[in-house]
Design a protein around this ligand. Structure first.
Ligand code: NAD
Ligand code: UGA
Length: 435
């Protein structure tokens, strides 16, 4: 099939490359000329495990091309996906749909023959209706079916999530889209089709309901961690003890510094706004948003406490800047608030992240970027682990201790065991575990 992706960011590029891997003929289009020029030369603009190899293979096989020319990209395509950003509106907190609507107008001017236009971006209920209205207004002759097909991939595991999905949700209002969307995903079906067809509005809401539920689950275990600290219990064992009940499940029960990233923070906020607009407020998610916002400052306080109540004039070695491992994405990373507040409180920061430092430089106050964990620890008063990259899991604690001014370790991801760290003579604090 001939498939076009409008927007070649984390979702557009990964989806486009994976569709090409299925054997489809894919064009990835983006307005960002530097990004497209780079991609044409084999430069992958994001860090995502496995993406570079798969991109190069599919370009070589002639199934994947890149362009800034929307007309050429859309004309003749059977399916056009919209995968542009939907960031929070700076004033209202609603999803800002200007990129989606601009893409809809551009598509309308370029479609030829029957075309299925699919919103893959995360968009509020009713956006599909507006996309359809815009297309018909811009080009009354356009023959389109507008579909919702939200994406559920996680950064850092994007290719696996795309290739082996739990489910593919497709919201349609025009029956002609059913067979086209089945054909798009057919190469994925082995024994059973993971496709779930529903209405467009339900599909749009499923995406927010899923992200908000996961954000709430994380927030629940984070609050449970605080209670564990207060009563002397162990949150990892509580998580396991409840998660083994498969009505609860063990996933997304890792206590930490609060959820971050380009999706949970913006999508929980957007759901709250939509629900309020429709007079059906979701108080659980309103509270989740508040608790998660406050959690990052709680982590700063934990670091200050571990350093004896003040960080003024002290140096903190901070390991992990991205919102999770295996990505270079800094959007809404808890490290941003923690660093801003530590700097405000008078600390100097020596930071290291395996992939995120270039993006970090654009969003963080001035700090020192280091060559690695041991370099960061050199002369510092404490090490703080903010993101659980694998290379931080097996640090040579003897070497870290020798590099530090004082042996203080704050582990905001619970990747060490107290006994092990104590054996090396560290003062250790973690999340929701007995001190
Ligand atoms: P991104 O910012 O990485 O990429 C968006 C791209 O769209 C940019 O390259 C931008 O230049 C391009 N763009 C904007 N307007 C355009 C237009 N009119 N025509 C062509 N290109 C245009 O964003 P992302 O992280 O890929 O997210 C895209 C959407 O997918 C969002 O709605 C997001 O919520 C959703 N989503 C993201 C993830 C994720 O893991 N990042 C997962 C699931 C869903
Ligand atoms: C999340 C969802 O998991 C995807 O299904 C969804 O497609 C995506 O948002 C989206 O809509 O964009 P992502 O943000 O890439 O994916 O990463 P997650 O693995 O979900 O982690 C999000 C945040 O929650 C991270 O800051 C992570 O550290 C935190 N987290 C996650 C925890 O603190 N504890 C956990 O148990 C799990």
């Amino acid at each position: 099939m001939k498939i076009t992706m409008i927007g070649s960011g984390y979702v557009g590029l990964v989806s486009g490359v994976c569709f090409a891997e299925f054997g489809h003929d894919v064009v990835c289009m983006d307005l960002n000329a530097d990004k497209i020029e780079g991609l044409k030369k084999g430069g992958i603009p994001i860090f995502e495990p496995g993406l570079e190899e798969m991109t190069l293979d599919n370009v070589k096989a002639g199934r994947l091309t890149f362009t800034t020319d929307i007309k050429a990209a859309v004309a003749g395509a059977e399916v056009v996906f919209i995968g542009v950003g939907t960031p929070p509106h700076p004033e209202t907190g609603h999803a800002d749909l200007k990129y989606v609507y601009a893409a809809a107008r551009d598509i309308a001017r370029s479609v030829e023959g029957f075309t299925v236009v699919v919103t893959k971006s995360t968009v509020p209920v009713g956006t599909g209706d507006e996309v359809e209205r815009i297309i018909r207004e811009t080009n009354p002759d356009a023959d389109v079916a507008v579909v919702s097909n939200p994406e559920f991939l996680r950064e850092g595991a994007a290719i696996k999530d795309f290739m082996i999905p739990n489910r593919i949700v497709v919201g349609i209002e025009d029956e002609r889209a059913r067979s086209v969307m089945t054909e798009v995903y057919r190469p994925l079906f082995i024994n059973q089709s993971p496709l779930m067809f529903t209405t467009r509005r339900t599909s749009e809401l499923i995406k927010y309901a899923a992200n908000a539920f996961l954000a709430m689950k994380i927030t629940y275990i984070n609050e449970m961690a605080d209670l564990c600290e207060a009563v002397g219990a162990n949150v990892q064992e509580v998580a396991r003890g409840i998660g083994l009940d498969n009505r609860i499940g063990t996933k997304f029960l890792h206590a930490g510094p609060g959820y971050g990233g380009s999706c949970f923070p913006k999508d929980t906020l957007a759901l709250v706004k939509t629900a309020q607009d429709f007079g059906a407020p979701i108080r659980l998610i309103e509270t989740t948003v508040e608790i998660n916002d406050a959690r990052k400052s709680k982590m700063t306080k934990k670091v200050i406490k571990a350093l004896g109540g003040s960080v003024a004039g002290k140096t903190v070695a901070l390991l992990g800047l991205t919102f999770k491992p295996e990505t270079d994405d800094m959007r809404d990373s808890p490290a941003i608030t923690i660093i801003e507040e530590l700097v405000e409180a008078g600390a100097a920061i020596r930071a290291f992240d395996p992939e995120g430092m270039e993006n970090a430089k654009a969003v963080l106050p001035p700090i020192t970027y280091c060559e690695g964990a041991y370099d960061a620890a050199t002369g510092a008063d404490a090490v703080v682990i903010v993101t659980e990259w694998n290379e931080f899991r097996g640090l040579d604690l003897k070497r870290i201790k020798a590099a530090l001014k004082s042996p203080v370790l704050v582990d905001l991801r619970n990747i060490y065991r107290r006994e092990e760290v104590a054996r090396h003579g560290f003062t250790y604090s973690s999340i929701g575990r007995p001190s």
